[in-house]
Design a protein. Structure first.
Lengths: 456, 233
């Protein structure tokens, strides 16, 4: 078989007379199906070679479904294909990076490429069948040669053994590799304990048989009975195995289909609830620019959260709370609030105060400042810091009347009570509120608590 | 083009009276966005060409040789690599033509990968007309454009602890570079950063360009691991 570049893979076609082998072969080779079928029949008449070839392909070649499923094993995100898809060009391109203007540096070239661990896992498996078959054929050839040389090979026992082994191998091969792996995994047969248990069980059975034999009747009789029962069991298994397998496969296909359908329904429901509703609202409110911007902003935020959410990340982080507060302000006042966060930590009681103070600062910034509000959260080992900046006309923090609770109480007072600090820097170009909450609560909190109680 | 009087940092707005037009090519697959952006750009920025796919973009850029390419990160066509493929396809021009990446995506891997492919800056599509015009001029002048979000990514990737000595080690940011990045992440403009740190705008630009270089060239373990982590969305 030559390797033409664009040849469809060899799979068993669903357009079948017996097992879809001929159609698949024809598709693969680009020959007419009829010709392949006739050829196969002719070959079958020529001493059964066609039959053997057909059977061999039947066993070895997966069906189109199986093959597709095998190739699709790396799951791609259904929602954001653009995000998960392009990564190989990136890796290929990295050595080009030193060509960037004004930046020749010899150190940059050994780019460590994060090769996905999932890609190399499945190599090695496909050759198992071939090796097994080759070994079998070699063995058969060896036996034939031995017979030719005059060595007496006990064919009477070898042939049944070979038949049993062959049958087992065929049955085993019918499971595709994932299911085989799943089976091995489920029975824990790959672990040392599994093998030990198996061996112990076999030993017990053999011992039982020996006891039975020594206890009653002759060896001959027991042996025959044992053989007969094994034969019956084997036969039953042989008859039922294909049915069981087929049933199992159908079940699995159906389950996969159901999962896909559920996922699709979920996406559709989400889009309907959010995006379609918003679009409808925007159309009705097209005259009101303020409302349109607010709706679009809220929808964007929501969709972004849904698309780029990190499933692994636990919720209840500080950055989540800050972002939620920003969203609240954005919704309430219709001003864009951009949040950038570096580092993160789990929320605590004290962080709640930080979030409240930040929220108050954002509200002020959105209310009095113009344009977008920038919020920056940085969590280090030492402290959590929040900066809220606007580009409004600014004000003099000292001129704020003492009865105005907003700044003095909700921001500065609150931070001080919880062992943090707050500073407000205002200039004609804008105002920035800087909040800092050290991690080591105990000492600073005690010190500041004294301060905080002395103040009011 | 950005050559403000370094002794006078306060009114250092770029291009006070220099009418040398900047030629740009807009690469985006949404025609509505392209026309909107064209209308938003300042009059001294001339749109020399437009493209909607990877192949078109490479062809138009090769013919027009613009000063700046406004490049959408997610583009159809090519082998699915989007903006990065355009950058790779235009690699011989990278010295003369500067790329400014535009995207709706906040995803860190999009941002970082396009910068590492050679873009000189990254801004989100919600940026205003005046801001994008300023960014185009800055990139045309050979400087880097960092949005607050990109600065946040840099701080996240390189860590917030400074390098011990202010050497030009690639895997760490110097204390000064960290300060500049922090201020940009807080929403400061270059001018405000310069004022806050008592340095000239030119120095701020030098620091930002140094950070961009580190981001492009660093083989820092955290950077690649961090990008790989975020890819598991």
């Amino acid at each position: 078989m030559t390797t033409a570049p664009a040849r469809p893979p060899l799979v068993r076609s669903s357009d079948r007379v017996i097992a879809g082998v001929c159609a698949g072969l024809a598709n693969h080779l680009g020959w007419p199906v009829r010709m392949v079928r006739i050829g196969m029949v002719v070959a079958a008449l020529a001493g059964g070679a066609g039959v053997a070839f057909y059977a061999w392909l039947w066993i070895m070649v997966p069906t189109a479904d199986e093959s597709a499923r095998r190739n699709a094993r790396r799951p791609a995100s259904p929602i954001a294909p653009a995000v998960s898809l392009p990564e190989t060009p990136d890796v290929a391109k990295r050595p080009d990076a030193p060509d960037a203007p004004g930046a020749p540096d010899p150190r940059g070239t050994p780019a460590t490429e994060p090769t996905g661990p999932g890609r190399t896992k499945f190599s090695g498996m496909p050759f198992g069948k071939e090796i097994l078959l080759g070994a079998g054929l070699l063995l058969a050839a060896g036996i034939l040669i031995a017979r030719l040389l005059g060595v007496d090979v006990p064919l009477g026992t070898l042939i049944p053994v070979a038949a049993i082994l062959g049958g087992a191998a065929i049955a085993w091969m019918q499971l595709d590799e994932t299911r085989r792996a799943g089976l091995v995994d489920k029975t824990k047969a790959d672990q040392a304990g599994g093998w030990a248990r198996l061996a112990a069980g076999l030993a017990l059975v053999v011992a039982g048989v020996l006891v039975m034999v020594s206890g009653s009747g002759s060896w001959e009789q027991t042996w025959l009975a044992l053989l007969a029962s094994v034969a019956v069991l084997g036969g039953v298994a042989l008859v039922l195995l294909p049915w069981g397998l087929k049933f199992w496969r159908d079940l699995e296909t159906e389950r996969a289909g159901r999962v896909r359908a559920t996922e699709r329904a979920e996406i559709a429901a989400h889009l309907h609830d959010s995006v379609l509703q918003t679009l409808a609202l925007i159309q009705r409110r097209a005259g009101n620019e303020h409302d349109v911007i607010r709706l679009a902003r809220a929808q964007e935020r929501e969709l972004r959260g849904w698309l780029y959410r990190d499933a692994d990340r636990e919720s209840g982080q500080l950055s989540d709370s800050i972002k939620a507060a920003a969203a609240e302000v954005e919704d309430a006042l219709g001003h864009a609030v951009e949040v950038v966060s570096v580092g993160d930590c789990v929320m605590s009681q004290r962080h709640e105060a930080l979030v409240q103070a930040s929220r108050e600062a954002m509200l002020n910034a959105a209310r009095h400042g113009g344009g977008a509000v920038s919020v920056y959260l940085e969590v280090t080992d030492a402290a959590a810091e929040v900066f809220v900046k606007d580009r409004g006309p600014g004000f003099d923090p000292d001129s704020v009347p003492p009865d105005r609770l907003g700044v003095r109480e909700s921001i500065i007072g609150r931070m001080n009570r919880h062992g943090g600090t707050a500073a407000i820097i205002s200039s004609p170009d804008g105002t920035e509120v800087r909040l800092r909450l050290p991690v080591t609560a105990a000492a600073s909190a005690a010190a500041n608590n004294a301060n905080g109680e002395a103040k009011p | 083009m950005t050559s403000p009087a370094s002794g006078n940092p306060a009114p250092g707005s770029p291009t006070p009276g220099k009418p040398a037009p900047v030629r740009v090519v807009i690469v985006d697959d949404h025609a509505i966005f392209r026309s909107g952006l064209k209308a938003d750009l300042d009059p001294d920025i001339v749109v020399a060409g437009e493209a909607g796919t990877v192949e078109e973009a490479i062809a138009v850029i090769a013919v027009q040789r613009p000063d700046v390419v406004l490049l959408d990160v997610h583009l159809p066509g090519g082998r699915g690599g989007g903006g990065r493929e355009v950058l790779a396809g235009s690699a011989p021009l990278l010295g003369a033509t500067r790329f400014l990446a535009l995207s709706v995506s906040d995803a860190a891997e999009d941002v970082v990968s396009v910068i590492r492919a050679g873009a000189r800056g990254y801004v989100t599509k919600t940026i205003s007309g005046a801001e994008i015009s300023g960014a185009v001029r800055r990139v045309a002048g050979g400087d880097a454009v960092f949005s607050p979000r990109l600065a946040g990514f840099v701080l996240d990737a390189f860590g917030t602890a400074p390098a011990d000595i202010a050497d030009d080690e690639l895997d760490k940011l110097s204390a000064r570079e960290l300060e500049v990045m922090r201020l940009i992440a807080r929403g400061y403009s270059y001018k405000e950063v310069a004022k806050e740190l008592f340095i000239s705008i030119k120095t701020v630009e030098t620091h930002v360009s140094a950070v961009l270089r580190k981001l492009q060239l660093s083989s820092r373990h955290e950077l690649t691991r961090w990008a790989a982590e975020r890819r598991l969305l």
